[in-house]
Write a protein that binds this ligand. Structure first.
Ligand code: ASP
Length: 321
């Protein structure tokens, strides 16, 4: 995985130069750049970003863009932390978490959902068709089936093999580092300046059956406030939940911090209060309503995909360690 990331990053950075990433930083320094519209997402899923960008370029909404974008990751069997092909829990079940939030603060979420390939679209329906925010497990599945989704086996041979290998030792160490996750959190600002976000994951590999992480929890894995900006998290969900991470980043921006400073402070909260942070990864990615981006992680290796006028690229984020 690391090698794949390294290769793609180098290929993309080498091909495009740092133009749009530098533009993001330049904006932080007050230089003028064309920062909007913008699509950003955790890690290096350029196909997902490109899909979202296409929606925005056609005049689509940020909400449609993030849903369509992360569906690319959900359908990708090689993405072993999201949707189809995701690593199972320790009982061999693929259980999925996702949430979505729009410019008006509407949000929808599903957690502990099984057998449905596109939890993000179910989350959107929860937002649009129910008076609730979150549906879990059997109830989420029932709701999905009633709304036209179909049951599918999401456990690929590759993911089953990694579970078989894990079972030989079956140490339950829910450590999430740069080697074992690619959860996608995506934020977009459309041509009308509207912000939306989506986050979708199969969660920690080989987790306890029933474990839910930060990704479907509004305020932890994702938060959007169109007056200020938006943030997403990736990494060890338990650590993110304990600090209400994405909400914290947005609130820090509201108080005047730049997106970068807000992400750094949210990571500092984790490293100053939570034991064992040397052994797990958490990263935040944020954008304010002007399209200025911040990204910071505990450990080196976090990166994000950025799409703007001028191209798509993968940008390395800063880290505390
Ligand atoms: N945050 C996700 C979780 O804890 C995992 C990840 O980002 O890879 O479920």
């Amino acid at each position: 995985m690391t090698n794949r990331r390294k290769f793609i990053t180098q290929a993309v950075l080498g091909g495009l130069g740092l133009s749009i990433g530098q533009a993001a930083k330049g904006a932080t320094n007050g230089q003028s750049v064309t920062a909007l519209p913008t699509v950003i997402s955790t890690w290096n899923n350029l196909p997902a970003n490109k899909k979202a960008w296409k929606v925005i370029k056609k005049g689509g909404s940020a909400l449609d863009a993030v849903e369509q974008g992360v569906r690319v990751a959900e359908a990708d069997p090689d993405d072993m932390s999201v949707g189809y092909g995701g690593r199972p829990d320790r009982d061999g079940k693929v259980t999925l978490d996702a949430c979505i939030m729009d410019q008006e603060g509407n949000c929808g979420s599903v957690c502990f959902l099984q057998d449905i390939k596109h939890p993000i679209s179910v989350a959107r329906l929860v937002m649009e068709k129910t008076p609730h925010v979150m549906l879990a497990g059997e109830g989420a599945l029932q709701f999905a089936l009633e709304n036209g989704f179909h049951r599918e086996n999401l456990l690929t041979d590759k993911a089953a093999k990694s579970w078989e290998e894990w079972k030989q030792e079956s140490h339950y160490q829910p450590v999430i580092n740069i080697e074992n996750h690619d959860t996608i959190g995506m934020l977009a600002i459309d041509k009308d300046g509207k912000l939306s976000g989506a986050c979708t994951t199969s969660g920690a590999a080989f987790k306890l059956h029933g474990r839910v992480g930060d990704s479907p929890i509004v305020g932890a894995g994702l938060f959007v406030d169109n007056e200020v900006g938006a943030a997403v998290a990736t990494g060890l969900g338990e650590a993110v939940v304990k600090t209400a991470g994405s909400f914290l980043v947005v609130e820090l921006m509201r108080q005047g911090r730049s997106p970068q400073a807000a992400c750094e402070e949210a990571i500092r909260r984790i490293t100053s209060k939570q034991k064992g942070y040397q052994d797990f990864q958490v990263a935040f990615l944020a954008v304010n309503r002007e399209g200025i981006i911040g990204a910071h992680a505990i450990h080196k290796g976090f990166m994000y995909a950025l799409s703007r006028e001028g191209g798509h690229e993968v940008v390395q984020a800063s880290s505390s360690l």
